[in-house]
Design a protein around this ligand. Structure first.
Ligand SMILES: *Cc1c(COP(=O)(O)O)cnc(C)c1O
Length: 403
């Protein structure tokens, strides 16, 4: 374990454990197996963990691919890797507009495409910049109705057009599953079938992709082979092998130590995962209140006995969910101070939060409080905020540092 860097702080800070990020990546890589590459998704600023911080760590670990949302993120990630020995490819996963095409070509990004218009913009940019043919990955819509071309006539036309376009090269074919955390999901089976149809059309077009990819963290987690289902990884390997291509999964949340529970099956990777992010702050005030005193906006919490309260300089503006407020009728979230739980009392405010330290001896101004980390996870926050850990970590608006 590397020692934490001592940081001067005003409000709060996020520590990213390089060691844990590498452990989680290794766990995914092991379950995926040697013949399935693991693309590391670092979109949304690495799910709130800081893409500038995480991308170089993953590049040093040897990832071949990083996944971002748009061209702008791709440029920032590329810039963070200037000193890296190996340069992973960067997949721009969520579409593009006309003005992104030149950026993609100039910065050596690899776009996911699914319309003729997107490909025309890119082909024009390649021509304008007199660049090498651009590798593109074609997304097949197999059931998300979000991105991707639907198998059938539309796909065949697109492939015919692409095959005749020397400035673009079909490097990858991909799809995305809607319910990858559900074991034996009939929808996943239907999506696989549609993808196989699409791969047959690709083969018929004469195009030979190098990569075939599908699925996310839960695809790897939910890859146990059952009597009814051979699992998406086994399926993906077979489809890729059939196309003479390499197989890949695109994992995000599990890299950061979280994963949706597998529904109706065994979790293959989740038990090995630990959170990468720790969010910490310091106590900026301590005060005593009397029985009957109310705390915070709208007085939703009333002290039932004399209490000692600590004030923390964080709130919903930083990503601490307001649903964690503690009232007279429902207890809310907590932070850890000195290894003990300090319950949030009253409403979480924009930049301030009050916690109960009555039973924690000797808390004083300057003491560290853990908002996320040992003893309190993004899953805890998600449960209270009626959402998923994805939204909690992505909602972090605090600068990250590697420890
Ligand atoms: C975000 C994303 C992923 C990663 O999903 P996780 O559930 O975080 O592993 C994979 N593929 C695509 C296309 C995505 O947009």
């Amino acid at each position: 374990m590397r020692a934490a860097v001592r940081i001067r702080v005003v409000k709060s800070w996020v520590e990213i454990s390089e060691e844990q990020l590498l452990v989680n990546y290794a766990a995914l890589d092991r379950v995926a197996g040697e013949d399935v590459a693991v693309l590391a998704v670092i979109k949304a600023d690495a799910y709130g963990h800081g893409a500038k911080v995480c991308a170089p760590v993953l590049a040093r670990a040897g990832v071949e691919w990083l996944g971002v949302t748009d061209a702008e993120e791709g440029v920032a990630v590329r810039a963070s890797l200037t000193a890296a020995e190996s340069q992973p490819k960067i997949l721009v996963m969520s579409g593009l507009l006309e003005e992104d095409a030149e950026t993609i070509v100039r910065h050596g990004l690899t776009p996911v495409v699914w319309t003729r218009q997107q490909m025309e913009w890119l082909a024009e940019a390649v021509a304008r910049l007199n660049a090498e043919p651009l590798a593109v990955h074609l997304e097949i819509d197999t059931g998300m109705a979000r991105q991707g071309v639907v198998p059938g006539e539309e796909l065949r036309e697109l492939l015919t057009w692409l095959a005749a376009k020397p400035s673009l090269r079909l490097e990858g074919v991909m799809t995305h599953f809607a319910s990858s955390e559900v074991a034996d999901s009939p929808l996943t089976l239907k999506q696989r079938e549609r993808f196989e149809q699409a791969m047959a059309a690709v083969a018929a077009s004469g195009l030979r992709p190098v990569w075939v990819h599908a699925g996310n963290s839960s695809t790897v987690d939910n890859s146990a082979v059952s009597e009814r289902d051979r699992g998406s990884l086994v399926w993906l390997r077979a489809v890729a092998a059939g196309a003479g291509a390499r197989a890949m999964v695109r994992t995000g949340i599990a890299l950061y130590g979280y994963c949706l529970p597998v529904e109706g099956g065994e979790a293959m990777v989740e038990p090995a995962l630990r959170p990468v992010m720790a969010w910490k702050t310091r106590v900026i005030g301590v005060r005593e209140v009397e029985a009957g005193d109310t705390v915070g906006y709208n007085a939703i919490f009333t002290a039932q006995r004399p209490m000692r309260l600590a004030l923390l300089p964080v709130g919903y503006a930083d990503g601490l969910r307001r649903e964690l407020s503690g009232s007279d009728t429902a207890s809310g979230g907590w932070v850890m101070i000195g290894g003990q739980r300090a319950m949030i009392v009253g409403r979480v405010s924009m930049n301030l939060t009050i916690v109960d330290v009555t039973k924690i001896a000797g808390v004083s101004v300057g003491d560290e409080a853990v908002l996320l980390g040992d003893g309190v996870t993004a899953d805890d926050h998600a449960r209270l905020a009626h959402t998923i850990a994805y939204e909690i970590v992505c909602g972090m608006r605090v600068e990250s540092r590697l420890v």
